[in-house]
Design a protein. Structure first.
Length: 493
């Protein structure tokens, strides 16, 4: 359903562009963009001068846009150096000649205004927690696509200050790059800065490579697609922790496959202690593989993520079928533990992409993400367990309802598994080379296996002792009940 929805949005956007071209009206908006382009509504960070903008002329939205940017504070100024495709400035017709060569000298007169409208107006900067004044364009130029200046901050800044390209250079408009310098005043160069860049509107799919350069010259690189929200360039430990708690909570609630697995776990058991046993086993298992993946123990092969996604779907199918045919649930925690190892690798794919926002707080962020996942699971269980109890009490008998719900889940996850298997089977698997690298990886996997075995054994021992304690407690309570019944002359229950 999600894929069809995205295709529908793309088709709607194309239709809007066609309609705008035929009527000479507003510019199109890329699907997924959270802020309107200047053609329709001012952005949250637009200056008051935005009301004086010229009426936009429709342009085709670039399909894939790569934004390269540097951020550095120096001598009371926070400087943002940005490179984008010139065609992402869509509310103006740049002068061209011949087959589409840019008239560089004439086009250069338009760059500062366009950079303000499309770049500066869509970024907010913060010093500690204080919003900074809107950045001002202090330099802009057209560059060749082969120009290597953005390899580092100093070269990029010097390049923008250098003389412009000659007027006789034949540069196709669609290949031209726009380099911009934005500046805003700051109190201290060594403050902790944040940036909220909302440049997804520059293309249908916008990827940004953002480099934060410290006053000492060290670099921290961020790469993301779309609008990332507020990015703390040098977060404190509690800021990183809270960010990843929220990320983990949102991830578990956004992952329908993880939620369906949880549902299959709790359908046949909603009493407290059995529920605690399976949820604890699942949590312990996915925590192990989540941490192992972040520490680099997971394979880096391209086939590994499709393999894990296929196994996650298979785990849902298995648990759903077990709900239908199994006669006892005594060993259910073992299945939860085993499949939890697989789901942990699934959690890690998002976490590894997001660890770039953790700063220097790797383990703090890992702990926060894991806690967020647990909070998300607890929230889901607080809805699932009473919901199932109400369904089985008021709508349908428990056994019939368990079979029906499990069958629906199995049907859905079977299609996922078949689809993901098709993706996985397209990869060309090769045996690894038996060298020192393979030996080191094998040793790490053996260590991980020993940890898994130790935790599994520990959980089994804990559950056995808990079962003995509960049995002994029930025996004491039964004996006490029999004594009270004998003393009162009533038969024991």
């Amino acid at each position: 359903m999600k894929r069809h929805g995205t295709s529908g949005l793309v088709a709607l956007a194309v239709g809007m562009v066609t309609l705008a071209s035929s009527s000479g009206a507003a510019a199109a908006v890329a699907p997924g963009v959270s802020r309107s382009t200047p053609a329709t509504a001012p952005a949250p960070h637009e200056p008051a001068a935005a009301s004086l903008r010229p009426a936009p002329i429709p342009h085709e939205i670039p399909a894939d846009v790569v934004v390269r940017a540097f951020v550095k504070a120096d001598e009371g100024t926070l400087r943002l150096v940005v490179r984008v495709p010139l065609t992402s400035m869509r509310d103006v017709d740049f002068p061209v000649r011949g087959p589409g060569y840019v008239e560089i000298e004439e086009a250069s007169e338009l760059l500062a205004d366009q950079a303000t409208i499309w770049i500066a107006s869509y970024v907010a900067l913060f010093e500690e927690s204080t919003p900074l004044p809107a950045p001002v364009v202090t330099g802009a130029r057209i560059s060749l696509p082969s120009d290597p200046s953005f390899a580092d901050y100093d070269r990029a800044l010097a390049h923008i200050s250098a003389p412009p390209l000659g007027a006789g250079i034949d540069l196709i408009l669609e290949q031209a790059m726009l380099d911009v310098v934005l500046e805003t005043p700051v109190q201290l160069a060594d403050s902790r800065f944040s940036i909220d860049p909302a440049w997804a509107h520059l293309g249908i799919r916008t990827t940004t490579v953002l480099r934060f350069v410290t006053p000492e010259g060290a670099e921290r690189v961020y790469q993301y697609t779309g609008n990332p929200g507020r990015v703390r360039l040098d977060p404190r430990w509690h800021q990183a922790f809270l960010r990843f708690v929220v990320l983990g909570f949102a991830h578990i609630l956004d992952g329908i496959d993880h939620l369906l697995f949880l549902l299959c776990l709790v359908i046949p058991m909603r009493r407290f202690w059995p529920l605690v046993s399976v949820v604890t086993a699942f949590t312990a298992a996915h925590s192990i593989t989540l941490g192992a993946s972040v520490l680099g123990l997971a394979p880096n092969a391209l086939w590994f993520p499709p393999l894990i996604e296929t196994l996650i779907a298979a785990s849902i199918v298995f648990m759903a079928l077990e709900n239908i045919v199994a006669k006892t649930q005594k060993r259910r925690w073992m299945w939860a533990f085993g499949f939890g190892l697989v789901h942990g690798f699934g959690f890690s794919f998002l976490l590894r992409e997001s660890l770039q926002f953790a700063g220097s707080h790797l383990f703090t962020s890992l702990l926060g993400f894991n806690l967020g996942v647990e909070f998300g699971q607890l929230f889901a269980l607080l809805i699932m367990v009473p919901g199932l109890a109400l369904l089985f009490a008021k709508v349908i008998p428990e056994r019939t309802g368990a079979i029906l719900v499990s069958a629906l889940v199995a049907h859905t996850s079977w299609h996922w598994m078949a689809e993901r298997w098709g993706v996985l089977s397209a990869y060309n698997f090769q045996l690894p080379a038996l060298d020192a690298v393979f030996g080191a990886a094998l040793l790490r996997w053996v260590a991980l296996l020993l940890i898994v075995v130790a935790v599994g054994w520990g959980l089994g021992e804990a559950y056995r002792r808990l079962a003995k304690w509960r049995a002994a407690r029930r025996g004491v309570e039964s004996a006490s009940g029999a004594e009270r019944a004998a003393a009162s002359g009533q038969p024991p229950e």
